[in-house]
Design a protein around this ligand. Structure first.
Ligand code: HEM
Length: 325
């Protein structure tokens, strides 16, 4: 039998370890409270996002995709923000990502208020949350305390960001590798409720699906007509944009994306595929036919924001989001 002294020292070690873990390996709510003088870090971020949103609502899509592309490559460590000849932002899937200037503006304001306190990776997460709420999403709290990564490689972005024609089982694997289950994946693809793509990305679906010389049969034939006659004419030299959601709600966070999928109007191959694959179709049905999406989407965004984060002594707090200190 263990003596009381041994038992209490074991307890102390356990307590010490779990305290250490919760201090260093965890994110927390209100993390910056009291760390930036009497300033409220989250309201500084929100006011800058708000003024950009007032000028251009497309910023919601830009920032949201920026977070996804950051978190999927080496975790949410703001590595997508680093400049350099071969950094992540130079990889082809990232060339149409935008919103870097808003993050710079926020960082500048925060450095002027409390230098070296707020990480670029936390700025991304809070700015995306604010933008989503401005676009009609439900408010939600984000945990903070991420540190910024020190490396950024285009090759990693190329290898880790899923292509638009990824088969559902492979997409599920990619999300699972980051701790996100198929339900999270379908919810997060709901981010396409605010976005656009380009004709070049869906040209094959409209004109030469799998080398058949015909449109993708899974795409609504009426929609094919509209897209090929008006939005993406076959021999146009202009790479027009195509809304990923119902055009009337493309600037709003809502479940209309899933409703579109049920009408075979999914624009990217992966969009339509999640409505047709047995493993995800039921989730699309559920989200299209209920009002569960806004709340569940927020929960999935919180999970996305926690992928492979650096905390405690890991990484650093960059003074300039575009370069390491
Ligand atoms: C298998 C997963 C995914 C694939 C294959 C995928 C692919 C794509 C592609 C090809 C585009 C169009 C890019 C362009 O034409 O410039 C796009 C746009 C977009 N994606 Fe995804 N995506 C995925 C998941 C996500 C997730 C999880 C989010 C966010 C949570 C997201 C947010 C967005 C947004 C907001 C846009 C619109 C960007 C804009 O309007 O500029 N995507 N996605």
């Amino acid at each position: 039998m263990k003596s009381p002294v041994m038992l209490s020292s074991t307890l102390l070690v356990v307590l010490f370890l779990s305290f250490g873990i919760s201090c260093h390996a965890q994110l927390g709510y209100g993390y910056y409270n009291g760390k930036c003088g009497n300033q409220d870090v989250e309201s500084i971020i929100r006011s800058i996002v708000q003024s950009r949103f007032n000028a251009d609502r497309k910023i919601v899509a830009g920032l949201l995709r920026l977070q996804f592309h950051d978190c999927f490559v080496n975790g949410c460590d703001a590595s997508i923000l680093l400049d350099g000849p071969f950094s992540e932002k130079t990889a082809p899937p990232n060339l149409s990502v935008f919103g870097y200037d808003v993050i710079d503006q926020i960082k500048k304001a925060l450095e002027a208020t409390c230098p070296g306190v707020v990480s670029c990776s936390d700025i991304i997460i809070a700015a995306v949350r604010d933008a989503l709420v401005m676009a009609g999403g439900l408010p939600y709290r984000v945990q903070m305390g991420r540190k910024d990564g020190m490396v950024s490689f285009a090759g990693l972005a190329n290898n880790n960001l899923p292509p638009p024609n990824i088969p559902v089982p492979l997409a599920i694997q990619a999300f699972q590798a980051r701790g996100l289950n198929p339900f999270d994946m379908v919810l997060l693809l709901g981010g396409h409720t605010v976005g656009v793509t380009h004709c070049s990305v869906i040209r094959d679906r409209l004109y030469n699906f799998n080398g058949s010389g015909r449109p993708d049969p899974s795409l609504n034939p009426l929609y094919v007509q509209i897209l090929s006659n008006i939005v993406c004419p076959r021999f146009s030299s202009v790479d027009n944009i195509v809304f990923l959601d119902d055009p009337s709600s493309v600037l709003t966070v809502d479940n209309s994306y899933y409703k579109q999928l049920l009408q075979n109007k999914g624009i990217l191959p992966i969009d339509q595929a999640i409505a047709m694959d047995w493993s995800t179709a039921w989730i699309v049905q559920l989200l299209a036919n209920t009002n569960l999406f806004p709340n569940l989407f927020n929960q999935a965004m919180v999970k996305l924001g926690a992928v492979q984060v650096l905390t405690g002594q890991q990484g650093q707090i960059r003074r300039d989001c575009r370069r390491t200190n």
